[in-house]
Design a protein around this ligand. Structure first.
Ligand SMILES: [Zn+2]
Ligand SMILES: [Zn+2]
Length: 295
């Protein structure tokens, strides 16, 4: 189904309006997030994707056994689109408040003198190599995830477009009980309960595909014993639950779209409910995948 970009833009602006009402999120940060999401939407419409031949993809039989259609490390991207977006996002961060602006200057200088190789950084992110990002985290202790944010946000539009094309090739009508993303094999970022039955859909942390999953199952360790699956809510965040698995000690935030008055967009719902991450992590619970916003 072709994407309706006008509808996507309207949904984004409604969501950003709802976010601005959260007074604990700094306005400067929200401006940056909003502009990033707008630039990503423009880039998504422009990104060129190359879909591998069917022989390169997991067969329907392999998919039925739980194989991702194309593992993350074999994703390709539009190098020109990604580099262009990286530079635009870097400009945004350079204009932000300290310490972000100072950290962005360090990144810009490393890029200018060739110490930071952008194509290599993109390749490292897609193949899930941590060394480069760990080195930058140590170098920028006040903004440890700045380089991850710039790289992953620049790649996201192209990766999402490829994932959408791959999802069309997927075997349909399967009962997916494997936890990870059926398109790229990564773990989920957040969950939503949709439709009046409250069907659980997970959003992939890497390719952002939203896929249907079993309601009573931990997506990380696949625990299905109802006695080990709990959830809690906080009064300040109506409509969002923290689902906890007592087997692996991990949690996943779950947006009950049926209880939410405003628009829901998974990556921004995640940012909006950051207070729940603090509550969960104070209880010693672990979040297996990081937010798309660099914290
Ligand atoms: Zn995925
Ligand atoms: Zn678990």
């Amino acid at each position: 189904m072709p994407t309706d970009w006008d509808q996507e833009r309207r949904r984004l602006s409604r969501k950003l309006e709802a976010l601005r009402k959260k007074n604990y999120l700094p306005q400067g940060l929200l401006q940056m997030v909003g502009r990033t999401a707008e630039l990503q939407l423009e880039a998504r419409a422009a990104a060129k994707v190359t879909v591998p031949a069917d022989s390169e993809l997991a067969s329907p039989d392999q998919q039925a056994q739980g194989a991702a259609i194309l593992p993350r490390a074999r994703f390709t991207w539009d190098a020109g689109q990604a580099a262009d977006l990286f530079h635009r996002l870097l400009e945004l961060v350079l204009a932000a408040e300290p310490p972000l602006s100072g950290a962005a200057k360090t990144v810009a200088a490393a890029l200018a003198d060739g110490e930071l190789d952008l194509p290599a950084a993109f390749a490292a992110y897609v193949s899930g190599e941590e060394e480069l990002f760990a080195a930058w985290a140590a170098r920028l202790p006040e903004t440890p995830r700045l380089l991850d944010f710039l790289v992953s946000a620049s790649l996201a539009p192209g990766l999402e477009s490829l994932a959408a094309a791959l999802a069309e090739r997927q075997a349909k009508d399967r009962n997916w009980t494997h936890g990870h993303c059926p398109v790229c094999g990564s773990l989920p970022l957040i969950a939503r309960l949709l439709e009046k039955e409250g069907r659980k859909h997970l959003t992939c942390a890497f390719c952002h595909t939203e896929y249907r999953a079993k309601r009573l199952q931990c997506p990380f360790c696949l625990e299905e014993d109802a006695a080990k699956l709990e959830y809690f809510e906080a009064e300040e965040e109506p409509g969002i639950q923290v689902h906890v698995c007592r087997s692996c000690n991990c949690y996943l935030k779950t947006v009950d779209f049926r209880q939410l008055e405003h628009a829901s967009l998974p990556l921004l719902d995640d940012l909006e409910s950051i207070a729940l991450d603090i509550l969960a992590q104070n209880q010693g619970l672990v979040r297996p995948t990081l937010s798309a916003w660099g914290f």
